[in-house]
Design a protein around this ligand. Structure first.
Ligand SMILES: Nc1ncnc2c1ncn2[C@@H]1O[C@H](COP(=O)(O)OP(=O)(O)OP(=O)(O)O)[C@@H](O)[C@H]1O
Ligand SMILES: [Mg+2]
Length: 512
């Protein structure tokens, strides 16, 4: 460690929530111009710690120094005053407003009585140029991509004068291309003298971009190491406290008859543009079909069509030979389809319900949980206890509200519920987004176990490694069509990449 005064020093920070010590005497030093990665299991206490630094929570014990001076950060405004900015995972932008309007929100520059929009837009343009962000000051938030919205959040912190930037899992919502661009932006930020704390579960990213890594486990610091002196394997082991296998162990699939048959499905977007263009594929019992593709090529619309959340214009979707196209979500779910959704806040959990209630969201009306219109809480709680135990969901209690679980533990809870419903078809959309390496390994095993029990599994993922490792067969989606089918052992990421970019077709299985 260098002897220079850290820009931020956390001294023995402790934070308790009912039933849990989220941060247990955590100390950490952020040096000027460094990228300091914060690594830890789901629920280890990373977001809590950063929310303390940004003034959203108060520590129960311990203190913070900024540039060697003890400070009290009792609100985000105070954090901003001290030059600390945070890019949250769930953006806090106003959709119908422009980029500039969002950035100046709450601190509008005035010219006489009026807001000086023009000079603000000019400053946004300058900041964007200085850090290579390519943000258009006049674009409306609703018209720009998720990656661009994140850059708006970055400019917003810079506009407010941040020298210390905190990123909480910034790459979880990004495409591989956007991730590369964000890495470049971060390098640019530190080259200009900023300092960064980066929370990510992706060890590759940590190895690639960070200078220092602090590993925390169950609220405690396990170690702080120089990135150049460690390996992904060592980091993973420090984090979960055991060795982690990065390869997925599985026997060859034994596929049987088709469970899902999708034929020539066509659908349009809300504004009338074609999004599914005659899409056809099968998923058989006892196999995992992986759908690979660049974000925005119809994956979300496909999942919505399969689960009844979107009406299609034509085509057929059969589950075990029964037509389910354009049926209601409830009908499809009851027919034997489980769904791990890509947006866990929109479709997965009701955040203000307890974990127990969330575990029976689709099944509370069944006789097991309901007698004559009255909920059988004893049976519901028992069910919740069982799932939370089996899937290692870290929560102080089954009565805790879903909102207060860590991001990764919310995801694990949804996976537990959906797998436990014992479906014929399991649709897993970005199932490991936001999970730590240990939890990813566990979820992959669960998907394979479902397959081995004769279920059909449809895996939709932007992570090529995941698609290649877990799938038995891969279909590539491009502009709302399946442009090719390949076997994972006969392809590689280059070939898949070309197919995903639409510049190569490979005819595999043809559909009658
Ligand atoms: N507002 C809250 N009320 C009660 N408990 C909370 C609250 N916020 C966090 N916790 C608990 O504190 C612990 C740490 O959560 P935190 O969100 O900091 O984890 P994390 O390391 O960010 O995990 P992940 O990688 O899954 O995002 C968890 O057990 C969580 O349930
Ligand atoms: Mg978190």
């Amino acid at each position: 460690m260098s002897a220079a005064t850290p820009v931020v020093e956390l001294k023995q920070i402790t934070k308790r929530f009912p039933g849990i010590v989220a941060n247990d005497s955590i100390s950490l030093k952020l040096q000027k111009g460094e990228i300091h990665a914060l690594l830890g299991e789901n629920g280890a206490g990373k977001s809590t710690l950063m929310n303390i630094v940004f003034g959203l929570y108060q520590p129960d014990e311990g203190g913070i120094e900024v540039n060697g001076q003890p400070v009290l950060i009792d609100s985000p405004n105070k954090a901003i005053e001290l030059g600390i900015g945070m890019v949250h995972q769930h953006f806090k932008l106003v959709q119908p407003f422009t980029v500039t309007e969002n950035i100046i929100l709450g601190m509008e520059p005035k010219k006489g009585m009026n807001i000086d929009y023009k000079s603000a837009a000019e400053q946004v343009r300058k900041l964007s140029e200085q850090y290579g962000l390519q943000v258009n000051p006049h674009a409306k938030i609703q018209d720009i991509s998720v990656g661009m919205q994140q850059r708006v959040e970055i400019v917003k912190t810079l506009y407010r004068g941040a020298d210390i930037l905190i990123f909480d899992e910034p790459t979880a919502v990004l495409t591989p291309q956007e991730i590369t661009e964000l890495m470049d932006i971060m390098k640019r930020l530190v080259a200009e003298g900023k300092s960064i704390i980066l929370i990510t579960h992706k060890l590759k990213e940590i190895m690639q971009i960070s200078d220092t890594v602090t590993i925390i486990r169950r609220g405690k610091v396990i170690d702080t190491v120089k990135t150049s002196e460690t390996t992904t394997r060592e980091l993973a082991e420090k984090m979960v406290g055991r060795s982690v296998s990065f390869k997925v162990d599985k026997k060859p699939a034994q596929p049987k008859g088709p469970v899902l048959q999708v034929r020539d499905v066509k659908a349009k977007s809300h504004d009338g543009l074609p999004v599914l263009n005659g899409l056809s594929f099968d998923v058989k019992a006892g196999e995992i079909l992986g759908i690979a593709g660049v974000d925005g090529n119809g994956q979300s619309e496909l999942i919505e069509a399969l689960t009844g959340l979107r009406k299609v214009d034509s085509g057929s979707i059969k589950l075990l030979d029964k037509e389910i196209v354009n049926r209601s979500p409830r009908h499809i779910s009851e027919a034997g389809v489980s769904h791990i959704p890509e947006d866990r806040h929109k479709h997965g959990l009701v955040l203000d319900f307890s974990m127990s209630e969330n575990m029976v969201l689709q099944t509370y009306h069944r006789p097991a949980f309901n007698r004559g219109g009255f909920l059988n809480y004893e049976a519901i709680d028992k069910q919740a206890e069982r799932l939370i135990e089996a899937f290692d969901v870290r929560t102080p209690s089954i009565h805790t509200k879903a909102r207060s679980l860590s991001g990764g533990n919310q995801q694990k809870a949804i996976i537990a519920r959906e797998i436990d419903r014992n479906p014929d078809l399991l649709i897993a959309a970005q199932p490991t987004r936001g999970l730590d390496v240990g939890a990813i390994e566990f979820v992959h095993k669960q998907l394979i176990a479902q397959r081995d029990q004769g279920k059909a599994v449809l895996l939709i993922s932007f992570e090529l490694d995941e698609i290649l490792n877990v799938s038995d067969r891969i279909a590539v989606i491009y502009e709302g069509e399946i442009v090719g089918e390949v076997l994972p052992e006969e392809t590689n990421d280059q070939e898949l990449g070309l197919m995903m970019a639409g510049s190569m077709k490979r005819e595999g299985v043809t559909h009658e």
